[in-house]
Write a protein that binds this ligand. Structure first.
Ligand code: 5AD
Ligand code: FES
Length: 352
């Protein structure tokens, strides 16, 4: 007798598309053998393009000031308990030097939306990093900006940009953010970035209150139109000093299944096993890789500011030095039969 679930997985793998009913069945099926088959299909697809290589991105969280007030996020401007910090250009450069010595070939500059850093300052930081580390990629993750600013950053040498849409569904987006923010604007930013020529990363939160297969299906549909080079997803995790402090955390298992679905839909995409996933489950990052992820983003921020960049409670690795995390991750990856890649890890369609 033919197994309907297995046929669904084979179809998604073959056609890189799925129906809402198929998504629903993947998220609700409780058979362990089915889940194993889904993950096996996803890792097989990942291996076809990336072998068993995992790319490392050095994350530099350079400011936790943010003018936005997202209901779920620990560095929202209304959180008066957050101890704010900003890194200087020199401090950022020294993180990159340290990272380059550890073998990193990508630096991700991530921060809240902090108007203190003017476009000129960001451009100056980018060009200085590129001058000192011409073999490294610079990825920005600094939120919604005018297209002109995105263009200037690109011209200064930034080649990738991460901006999760968080949810593609406007009504759901409104439940997560204050009225000043909109899914429409966020999605427009992603189109702008794509048009300028960035390798673009988007993504969504898994398990936000009120999210159902309908909202997730909209995210998948949006991403199939956008065709991003990178997709970051992670479970929503409550932060004690936010309006969502008492909402239940997103599910690890749903996140893993969705990672596998993303791998089948986007065979060549760079998919991180995120820190949120590693926080929700001590083996979350390994499980993410075994569900089709191929990127890890260890923290390169100075130890003194680590525990201040808290988007959610319980964040892992806030006490570790970058070198320790690299060693730890290398061991973890090798234990599951994977290796750390030494190249920059551009999307396969972006030849240099
Ligand atoms: N739980 C999980 N992820 C979160 N992010 C922000 N707040 C939380 C939270 N409470 C994610 C958002 C953002 C990324 C940098 O971190 O998706 O885009
Ligand atoms: Fe940071 Fe393991 S990855 S200590």
């Amino acid at each position: 007798m033919e197994d309907c679930f297995l046929r669904t997985v084979a179809e998604i793998k073959e056609n890189q598309k799925l129906t809402k009913e198929q998504l629903q069945s993947i998220l609700t099926d409780r058979d362990e053998a089915h889940e194993a088959a889904l993950f096996a299909a996803a890792t097989e697809v990942a291996e076809q393009t990336f072998q068993k290589q995992i790319y490392l991105r050095g994350l530099i969280e350079f400011t936790n000031y943010c003018k936005n007030d997202c209901y779920y996020c620990g560095i929202r401007c209304s959180n008066k308990k957050a101890e704010r910090y900003r890194l200087s250009k020199e401090e950022i450069l020294s993180c990159c030097d340290k990272g380059a010595a550890l073998g990193f070939r990508t630096f991700v500059l991530q921060g809240g939306e902090d108007p203190y850093y003017t476009d000129e300052m960001i451009c100056g930081i980018i060009s200085e990093i590129k001058k000192k580390h011409p073999d490294c990629a610079v990825t920005l993750s600094i939120g919604e900006k005018p297209k002109e600013s995105y263009r200037r950053f690109f011209e200064s040498g930034a080649e990738r940009y991460l901006l999760r849409q968080e949810t593609a569904d406007e009504a759901h987006y409104k439940t997560m953010h204050p009225p000043a923010m909109s899914a429409e604007n966020r999605k427009q930013c992603l189109w702008d970035l794509k048009e300028i020529g960035y390798q673009v990363g988007c993504g969504f939160l898994v398990g936000t209150p009120g999210q159902t297969a309908t909202e997730i299906y909209e995210d998948l549909h949006f991403m199939q139109k956008l065709q991003p080079q990178m997709i970051g997803i992670g479970p929503f995790l409550a932060h004690k000093d936010t309006p969502w402090h008492d909402r239940p955390d997103g599910s690890v298992q749903d996140t893993l299944r969705l990672l596998a679905v993303l791998r089948l839909l986007f065979p060549k995409a760079l998919l991180p096993a995120t820190t949120a996933l590693g926080t929700a489950d001590p083996k979350g990052r390994e499980k993410g890789i075994l569900a089709g992820a191929n990127v890890l983003m260890p923290n390169l921020s100075p130890a003194a500011v680590r525990e201040k960049y808290l988007l959610y409670d319980g964040k892992i690795c806030t006490g570790e030095e970058a070198a320790e995390c690299v060693r730890c991750l290398k061991e973890r990856i090798e234990r599951i039969g994977y290796t750390i890649a030494e190249s920059r890890g551009d999307h396969p369609d972006f030849c240099r």
